[in-house]
Design a protein around this ligand. Structure first.
Ligand code: GLN
Length: 491
């Protein structure tokens, strides 16, 4: 493996800025690595070799001309296939968008380009970001670099696996119920879900619009913060974008790296430290809590009594919103069209297209959502779930009157074998038991590697109040400074 692929994004940017390497060299090293391991990992749905090298050359020319470079200039980044990329295929892991080349860039991708990063390609994901293992991708699963027979988490398993396999130093994910944090946890990488509205949804293919949050994935906390800073902030093209600057996440990560948490009060969520998690996960979590205490943090237990209703509420709200959002995939506007032979009605063509284009999990969600929103059931299901959402939000606000941040394991279990949970949807849904409350509330949360269980990575989740994203980076960086980073066996 070329050494360049082992460096952090901050280190790569430093070398490029100092002229010790070029963006082209860095990009080529990662493309070579992708060529060497992709047949085993399958993190990417599309590698944009030409586009990446062209962007790298352009950056090197700007540098040679003396242009001022941003903090991530010349650093390669892998982008989850849920974000539109101008002229570059965007499938959302679905057959229904196979071959679609969007006519525009999402805001996140535009900001990545403006920052001089180099987009390597688009990463694999569960279809329409629905899933926790990347097994629901219409293009085949991604394999966890820690153990190729296991899942890399989902829905953003491709982004997390690309990091763990050293195919990219940075990646973008999207988190509706845990799809950044859970893949981070099970691949030993860092995944942050920003405050809802803190990162733009413009050009993010919608799953559940009141929950969807794009965010950074990296191998170190500082790298995640640097990426967060580049992609975050107000976007007038997203009506729910918060018109405030990004909290100082980079400063907070640097502060945390000093390893001092004096004056920081952390609440361990009682409901998430009981029987729901594997013993190995709980052991790693408990050790990390002790480590945080040694760094000066005050640790208390906090009960959030409504968190136990988060999963059922989410599985009404998210499918409801998806049933509406996915109505646009009708065979007329984008991608796949089936049965348009001149003899069939528009409705028949739409129906055949959707039948052929959507996979079983997406269809299940559309059916659940349509039912939950139907007249006569609306109040009983969707309305009830929204009330639960309010109660969960109140749990968070009352907790944050007592502590600076909440902590829990990120996921109840480590990476499971491919195929182990596809037979029963509920078993798959359990993967997000601990991550979903944050989405319903809208606050930020990060997963940071905290240890191993049976040789597989365990993540610790830090949840902070809305627009206090900096807080979670401080705690995460402090933990990282004591437990270190985790390297999978060589591929
Ligand atoms: N696993 C959850 C789901 O299937 C969360 C997905 C996500 O965050 N995109 O809905």
């Amino acid at each position: 493996m070329s050494d360049l692929t082992k460096l952090s994004a901050a280190e790569i940017a430093g070398l490029v800025a100092g002229g010790e390497t070029s963006a082209v060299e860095v990009t080529q090293a990662h493309l070579d690595r992708i060529a060497a391991v992709e047949d085993r990992v399958h993190a990417f749905l599309h590698v944009d070799t030409e586009g990446a090298l062209a962007a790298a050359r352009a950056l090197d020319e700007r540098r040679a001309a003396g242009a001022e470079l941003g903090p991530l200039a010349g650093v390669p980044v892998a982008v989850k296939d849920v974000l539109t990329t101008k002229g570059v295929p965007t499938t959302v892991g679905s057959k229904i968008l196979e071959g679609w080349r969007p006519p525009y860039d999402s805001t996140i991708v535009q900001r990545l380009r403006d920052a001089g990063t180099v987009m390597l390609g688009k990463t694999n994901m569960d279809e329409f970001a629905m899933g926790s293992s990347t097994e629901y991708s219409a293009y085949g699963p991604t394999h966890n670099p820690w153990d190729l027979s296991r899942i890399p988490g989902g829905s953003g398993g491709g982004s997390a696996a690309a990091l763990a396999a050293y195919e990219a130093p940075l990646a973008i994910g999207s988190d509706t119920g845990g799809s950044i944090r859970q893949p981070g946890a099970v691949t030993g990488t860092v995944g942050a879900k920003p405050t809802y509205g803190g990162t733009s949804r413009y050009g993010l293919v919608a799953f559940s619009s009141s929950l969807d949050t794009p965010g950074p994935c990296a191998r170190t906390v500082l790298d995640a913060a640097l990426l967060h800073q580049v992609i975050g902030g107000h976007d007038p093209r997203d009506s729910t974008s918060i018109p405030q600057p990004v909290p100082d996440v980079v400063g907070a990560a640097r502060l945390g790296a000093t390893g001092d948490l004096t004056g920081v009060k952390l609440g361990v969520v009682t409901e998430f430290t009981g029987e729901g998690a594997e013993p190995g996960v709980m052991a790693a979590f408990r050790e990390s809590v002790e480590a945080l205490a040694k760094l000066g943090a005050e640790i208390v237990e906090i009960s959030c009594p409504h968190f136990k209703y988060a999963l059922p509420a989410y599985y009404l709200i998210a499918p409801s919103e998806c049933s509406s959002n996915l109505a646009r995939f009708d065979g007329v506007r984008f991608g796949l069209r089936v049965g348009d032979d001149g003899n069939r009605s528009l409705e028949e063509v739409m129906s055949l297209t959707r039948e052929a284009g959507f996979g079983p999990e997406v269809k299940r969600r559309i059916m659940i959502g349509t039912y939950a929103l139907s007249s006569g059931y609306y109040d009983a299901y969707y309305g009830q779930a929204q009330k639960v959402r309010t109660l969960i939000t109140r749990d968070f606000t009352s907790a944050f009157e007592q502590v600076d941040a909440l902590i829990s394991p990120t996921t109840p279990f480590v990476a499971f074998p491919i195929g182990a949970r596809t037979a029963d949807p509920y078993q798959m849904y359990l993967a997000d038991l601990f991550t979903i409350p944050t989405n319903l509330y809208g606050g930020p949360a990060i997963s940071v590697p905290c240890g191993l269980s049976d040789g597989l990575p365990v993540g610790l989740q830090i949840m902070a109040p809305t627009m206090a994203d900096d807080r979670m980076y401080r705690v995460a960086a402090a933990l990282e400074s004591t437990v270190g980073t985790f390297t999978p066996p060589a591929l």
